[in-house]
Design a protein around this ligand. Structure first.
Ligand code: TRP
Ligand code: MN
Length: 446
């Protein structure tokens, strides 16, 4: 095999790529992106890999969360800050319950491209290209909106850069300070049962900090109380874009995809001889791959060979998305083969994607109860096998939307119409997310 270079993927079949009507325009945009600064740095990706190696050993827990698809119409500072609030709240709950550090990874600052099951969409006799995410086209149902426009890739890069810039400021500049713990409880959450339960934990943490200060520990000088490491991730779907942001690290000479700290391959693009596997096999970032209930032990071993040939801990995460009803049967054989073959992987649970259904009224939704059952069974399988249930991968928003059913403040079928704003898949709202964090915290309690 010849040495890997960022263009090597072009020798392989690439699934789920848009049909760009103007290849010359695409080329121009990709050249321009190639000249732009990297969004993340190789050293940060290495730090994340080290953190994930701890997850693999059961010494930390991974929380990966954010929108199904980010939107070009929603890039305000308030929105980014509020999304961060929910994730910080969940991280506090999980850290407090488990006594383990939580590795915080957003589906954010680059999650703009979606794999789709059909290339076109039909409405009342009109057939148009399907919506593929804001990096490609717009969701509105008209010819102009659905045309793949490569200039959108520049907007995706720019929005990723400004989002990440704010995240860096918030997580390192005081907003994520544990003394701000009460500020992360947004008003509409604070008034709820989960919000009050959160306040109780926050109060305990305040007391512990005061206790430590009284003991003579200088809390001012300890950066770990005032800052968090927050990583960004997205599905590496558009290989031209990922290639354009791939850079050689000056320290090690290794290639890194500098569009995000962690990139993942979807269930629909994980063909072993496909372009997505070929691309991510050559970058040194920590990477992940989704596995549905249809994945076989052989698929899994071959993915380990291709994506983690040196068997480095923290390099490869498998995100299982099997469905509440299937995970109990489908996961054990995969876990068993990885274990008996001595492969180092992180196992996390995406309880969202295989629990999706359409209601009679036409809304794509998910039940919080099914989501919880899939997570419970994921934990049960790993506990029985003696392997590590390393984390969760969630689709959520800070907003008070009504897209998923259930929760402590029940959302019913007839409520979905009230505030359904998802661009793609239904997301947990902030209360449901906090609810889930308490449930997962209980599973992690030792
Ligand atoms: N730095 C630690 C961590 O990230 C503690 C911490 C500071 C923290 N602010 C936080 C934990 C906000 C969770 C949420 O774990
Ligand atoms: Mn989704």
């Amino acid at each position: 095999m010849s040495a890997w270079i960022p263009t090597s993927w072009q020798e392989h079949p690439a699934a789920q790529q848009p049909d760009w009507p103007d290849p010359a325009a695409l080329d121009g945009v990709l050249k321009e992106l190639h000249g732009r600064p990297p969004l993340v740095f190789a050293g940060e990706a290495r730090t994340l890999q080290a953190a994930l190696a701890k997850v693999a050993r059961g010494e930390a827990f991974m929380l990966q969360a954010g929108d199904c698809a980010e939107s070009f119409n929603d890039s305000s500072a308030d929105g980014i800050r509020d999304k961060l609030k929910v994730i910080l709240q969940m991280a506090v709950v999980l850290t407090y319950a488990s006594g383990l550090p939580v590795v915080k990874v957003g589906r954010i600052a680059g999650q703009f491209a979606k794999p789709r099951s059909a290339v076109t969409e039909e409405r009342e006799d009109t057939v148009l290209p399907v919506f593929r995410g804001h990096a490609i086209n717009d969701a509105a149902f008209d010819t102009e909106s659905r045309r793949a426009d490569p200039r959108r890739l520049l907007t995706a890069y720019n929005q990723s850069a400004s989002t990440l810039n704010l995240i860096r400021a918030l997580t390192k500049g005081g907003f994520a300070d544990l003394r701000q713990i009460h500020v992360w409880n947004q008003e509409f959450v604070a008034a709820s049962k989960q919000g009050r339960r959160y306040e109780a934990i926050a109060h305990q943490i305040d007391r512990s900090l005061r206790f430590m200060a009284a003991c003579g520990i200088n809390l001012e000088t300890d950066a770990s109380l005032h800052e968090v490491d927050f990583y960004i991730s997205h599905e590496a779907l558009l290989l031209g874009y990922e290639e354009a942001l791939t850079r050689q690290d000056s320290l090690t000479g290794d290639w890194y995809d500098c569009s995000a700290h962690l990139l993942w391959i979807g269930e629909r693009t994980r063909r072993i001889d496909g372009a997505h596997v070929a691309f991510l096999s050559g970058v040194k970032n920590p990477i992940a791959c989704k596995l549905s209930a249809a994945a076989t032990p052989d698929d899994v071993l071959r993915l380990c060979d291709a994506l983690n040939p040196d068997n480095e801990p923290g390099r490869l995460t498998f995100i299982t998305r099997m469905g509440a009803d299937k995970v109990g049967d489908a996961l054990p054989p995969l876990v068993a083969v990885v274990q008996s073959d001595g492969r180092n992987v992180v196992w996390t649970c995406d309880p969202m994607h295989a629990n999706t259904f359409v209601t009679p009224s036409g809304y794509k939704t998910r039940r919080l109860a099914d989501i919880m059952v899939e997570i419970k069974r994921f934990f049960a399988v790993h506990n029985a096998a003696g392997t590590v249930p390393g984390g969760v991968h969630l689709e959520l928003t800070h907003q008070n939307v009504t897209e998923c059913l259930g929760g402590a403040e029940e959302i019913f079928d007839h409520d979905l119409a009230h505030r359904y704003e998802a661009l793609c898949d239904p997301r947990l709202n902030a209360r449901q997310s906090l609810d889930l964090a308490f449930e997962i915290g209980a599973m992690l309690q030792t």
